[in-house]
Design a protein around this ligand. Structure first.
Ligand code: ADE
Ligand code: ZN
Length: 319
C-alpha cells in the first residue's frame, strides 16, 4: 500500500533477504549452512522471539565490509520507497557486529553511504538509531555508546532490543542517562514478550519518547490510560507479532481495540525479510484481515509522522 508513511520500527539487519545473504556469503568467501534460498526460507518458522534471534544473529555474519552494509541499506530503501515509506528511522545493532570483529565505523560508514543520499536517490529521508542488546551487560552498552562518540553526527538516538524477558529496562538506566546528556533521542522495545511493567519502566527509568511494540500494555488498563493521556507512541509490528507468536493469528491482533481505546499506535515491519512483509505489506495486512477503515489507516500513517524524530517543517514535507 502506497499511503505515505514513516517507518519507525525497522532493524536493518532484519531486511537481509535470502538472495542478498547468499550473494554476500559468496562475495566474502563464506559458506552458509543452507543449500539455497528456498532451504533458508524454510528455516523461517519461529516459536518465539529467541528462536528468531538465533537465526537473525547467525545470518548477519555475511556482513563483513562497508560495501555489504551499504548494499543492505540500499536494497531496503528501494523496497521501502516502493511501499510508500517517505521517512525511515532505522535501527542497527552495533554489538552484534563488533562481537564478530567488525569495527563500529565500518558499519556506521557503510550504512551512511546509503542513508546519506537516500533522499535524492529514493525519496526517503532517514535517521539512524543504535540499539543496545539487552541480553548483554550494561557495561557493554556503555562501552558501545563510548565507541559511538566519533559517529554521533550520524546517530539520532538509542534503542534497546534483543531477548526481552529477564532483561528489564532499568538495567540500562545509566547508559540512557548518558545518551540523553549527549543529546540523543531515546526509544526502547518493551512489552513485546515482556510484561506491562517493562513499559512503565522504559518510560519512567529510561525516559523513552516512543515504546517499540508495547503490545502487552493491553493487559493493564491503568497503563493504557496513562499511555493515552501522555500520547505515547507505540510502534506496533503486526506481521512480526504473528510470526513470533505473540498473537495467535493476525485476526486476534489487538490493534483495532488499541485504536478504539485512543492509543497512539503506528504500524511497522520490524524484520521484514523474516516476517513476510515491509511497511506497506503490514498496512495491507491490517486493512485486509482486521478490516480497518480508510480513516483508521490514514490515522496510522499520520501518527507515524507525528511520532517520528523529524522536525516540524521536515515532517510536513515528508507527508
Ligand atoms: N531484534 C530484531 N528484531 C527484534 C525484535 N522483534 N524484538 C527484539 N529484538 C529484536
Ligand atoms: Zn523490533
Amino acid at each position: 500500500m502506497s499511503l505515505p508513511k514513516a517507518e519507525l520500527h525497522l532493524h536493518i539487519e532484519g531486511t537481509l533477504e535470502p538472495e542478498l545473504a547468499f550473494e554476500l556469503a559468496t562475495r566474502n568467501g563464506l559458506t552458509l549452512p543452507y543449500a539455497n534460498t528456498e532451504e533458508l526460507r524454510e528455516a523461517y518458522r519461529f516459536e518465539d522471539l529467541q528462536s528468531f534471534l538465533n537465526l537473525y544473529y547467525e545470518l548477519m555474519a555475511v556482513l563483513r565490509t562497508e560495501r555489504d552494509c551499504e548494499d543492505l541499506a540500499n536494497e531496503y530503501l528501494e523496497r521501502a520507497a516502493a511501499q510508500g515509506v517517505r521517512h525511515a528511522e532505522i535501527f542497527f545493532d552495533p554489538q552484534a557486529h563488533t562481537s564478530r570483529g567488525l569495527e563500529l565505523g565500518t558499519v556506521v560508514e557503510g550504512l551512511w553511504r546509503a542513508l546519506g543520499d537516500s533522499e535524492s536517490r529514493h525519496g526517503v529521508s532517514t535517521r539512524l538509531i543504535m540499539c543496545f542488546l539487552r541480553d548483554e551487560s550494561a557495561e557493554s552498552a556503555l562501552a558501545t555508546l563510548e565507541a559511538a562518540k566519533p559517529y554521533l553526527d550520524r546517530i539520532t538516538g538509542v534503542g534497546l532490543d534483543s531477548a526481552e524477558v529477564g532483561h528489564p529496562p532499568a538495567k540500562f538506566r545509566e547508559v540512557y542517562e548518558t545518551a540523553a546528556a549527549l543529546g540523543l533521542r531515546r526509544v526502547a522495545h518493551a512489552g513485546e514478550e515482556g510484561p506491562p511493567e517493562y513499559i512503565t519502566e522504559a518510560l519512567d527509568v529510561l525516559g523513552v519518547e516512543r515504546v517499540d511494540h508495547g503490545l502487552r500494555c493491553v493487559e493493564d488498563p491503568e497503563l493504557v490510560e496513562r499511555l493515552v493521556r501522555e500520547r505515547v507512541p507505540l510502534t506496533l509490528c503486526p506481521l512480526s507479532n504473528v510470526r513470533l507468536r505473540t498473537v495467535d493469528t493476525l485476526a486476534d491482533h489487538p490493534l483495532p481495540a488499541m485504536l478504539d481505546a485512543g492509543l497512539m499506535c503506528t504500524v511497522h515491519s520490524d524484520d521484514p525479510a523474516y516476517f513476510g512483509g515491509y511497511a506497506g505489506d503490514n498496512f495491507d495486512a491490517v486493512r485486509g484481515t482486521l478490516g480497518l477503515s480508510e480513516e483508521r489507516l490514514r490515522e496510522l500513517a499520520r501518527n507515524s509522522f507525528l511520532a517520528s524524530f523529524l522536525e516540524d517543517d521536515e515532517e510536513l514535507r515528508a507527508r
